[in-house]
Design a protein around this ligand. Structure first.
Ligand code: ARG
Length: 464
């Protein structure tokens, strides 16, 4: 354990006084940016190797520094490193730890580099990793949805608009709607990767470096596709973080809608879905309660992710070029967003794996509420009516059925003929929900053939 306090700042030269204690704490980012230690050290190792290759430091000095940095990284990985609160941020801490290990030679590491490009690098490396982790969690959840859709392929459910029963659908079609949303979410993350994959080191503070740095070499070593084109942009831009936050906000919005459906569908009012006990909690006072905390929390956490996006947008909006300390405020929203999104994806996938649906209740819901009225109108069109006329006639028949306290399929042929002479016995088949679904065998529709095709396509897309 290292406990030695190193109060001397890396920038202490032009200062007569030591920093105010409260300001020191206020200014420090170490409590949260210590999370970037691995990226910071990997970046430093690449920078150092390049300094050696370019003859800016000697090869021997380079390997001394690189070995010590590796050691520091291992100490931090083991978790037995006391992140000394006296340090301003992870960058100064690593540098000081290095100097402590190897002495004055360690002071050469920062040649041709600034914390401004260093922090931009670290955050970019962090976001690149996060994109891949989140994308694979999204993919897992897509897989869970497809399995669920396959399992319930025969289940007919009421489809809603305005939360009013609208038309019969296959439950699988409903579930696969979320598959599509997640597919776009995953694309959004992965497409943003190319804009994150740009290496800023070598921008130095803002104007580029006077040393003959081989920026391409550093980029290659760290697995970046390109180097940044403008040093001023490279140190002051955080739109790659904003893109990540935006993609996360949209993803959370989708998870929240699914969460909301789980909440209302598990209520007594709907009773469509049974959430497993292991994912619910009880009430401290009402013994009968089984609360859908997980989907509620996912819905709730969406708010904080939106908040993080707004927070950083607002932080950025008036900043003059180039680096401003305001930019330090990018990290906490980013870290919390990554953690929240990962947690929500994991927990929602677990819940979805275990949910069961009440076929009977759903079927009853389909049978009541005139969900087949559109099909009645379509039937009348087939019998020669214009669609507007057919819509009006079917509407009148619904009104009549409501008065009679019947569903459309319970009206007699005589009653129906009173509204339109063209109606024949074959109308009853048109009013059967399973046929309503089957008739919608149009690409993108809820017809079973189409839904089956979507499932096959989904498996192809998921690469399984
Ligand atoms: N802790 C700072 C941040 O997170 C690092 C960069 C500081 N640069 C500076 N010139 N003070 O943004």
């Amino acid at each position: 354990m290292r406990k030695k306090k190193m109060s001397q700042k890396t920038w202490g030269g032009r200062f007569k006084e030591t920093i105010d204690e409260v300001v020191d704490r206020f200014n420090a980012s170490l409590p949260f940016d210590q999370r970037l230690y691995a990226q910071d050290i990997e970046g430093s190792i690449a920078h150092c190797r390049m300094l050696g290759e370019q003859g800016i430091i000697s090869k021997e000095e380079g390997s001394l520094i690189i070995d010590a940095l590796g050691e520091i990284k291992r100490e931090m990985e083991r978790g037995d490193y006391a992140f000394d609160k006296g340090h301003e941020d992870i960058h100064t801490l690593v540098e000081k730890a290095l100097i402590e290990k190897v002495g004055a030679v360690g002071e050469k590491l920062h040649t041709g580099r600034s914390r401004n490009d260093q922090v931009a690098l670290d955050v970019r490396m962090f976001v690149k990793d996060a994109i891949h982790r989140v994308a694979s969690l999204i993919k897992e959840m897509q897989g869970v949805l497809v399995i669920l859709a396959e399992k319930h392929i025969d289940l007919i459910a009421p489809g809603y608009t305005h939360l009013q029963r609208a038309q019969p659908i296959l439950l699988s079609h409903h579930l696969l709607a979320y598959y599509e949303m997640l597919k776009r979410d995953r694309q959004r993350f992965l497409e943003s990767h190319k804009r994150v994959n740009i290496m800023p080191l070598g921008s130095a503070a803002l104007a580029g470096s006077t040393f003959p740095l081989d920026r391409e070499m550093v980029a290659k070593e760290l697995g970046f596709e390109e180097i940044s084109n403008n040093s001023m942009d490279a140190v002051s831009d955080r739109d790659f973080v904003l893109e990540f936050l935006f993609a996360s906000a949209v993803l959370m919005m989708h998870l929240s809608r699914l969460g909301e459906e789980m909440v209302i569908w598990s209520s007594k009012e709907f009773d469509f879905v049974i959430l497993p006990d292991a994912f619910c909690t009880g009430s401290s006072i009402m013994p009968q309660k089984k609360n859908p905390d997980v989907p509620e929390l996912v819905r709730g956490k969406t708010g904080r992710v939106y908040g993080h996006l707004m927070a950083l947008l607002t932080t950025m909006k008036g900043l003059p070029l180039t680096y401003n300390k305001d930019l330090q405020e990018d990290k906490e929203p980013l870290f919390d967003t990554v953690d929240t999104v990962e947690q929500c994806l994991m927990v929602m996938a677990r819940v979805l794996k275990e949910v069961s649906f009440d076929k009977e209740v759903m079927r009853k819901a389909v049978d009541k509420g005139y969900l087949v009225a559109t099909d009645l109108a379509d039937y009348l069109v087939r019998k020669g009516m214009t669609f507007r006329k057919a819509h009006e006639t079917a509407g009148k028949m619904v009104l009549h059925a409501i008065d009679q306290n019947k569903e459309l399929g319970q009206l007699t042929l005589k009653e129906m003929k009173g509204f339109a002479r063209q109606i024949e016995k074959d109308v009853y088949q048109w009013l059967e929900p399973s046929f309503c679904v089957t008739r919608r065998n149009i690409p993108g529709g809820t017809g079973p053939d189409m839904v089956r095709k979507s499932i096959v396509k989904a498996w192809e897309e998921l690469g399984s």
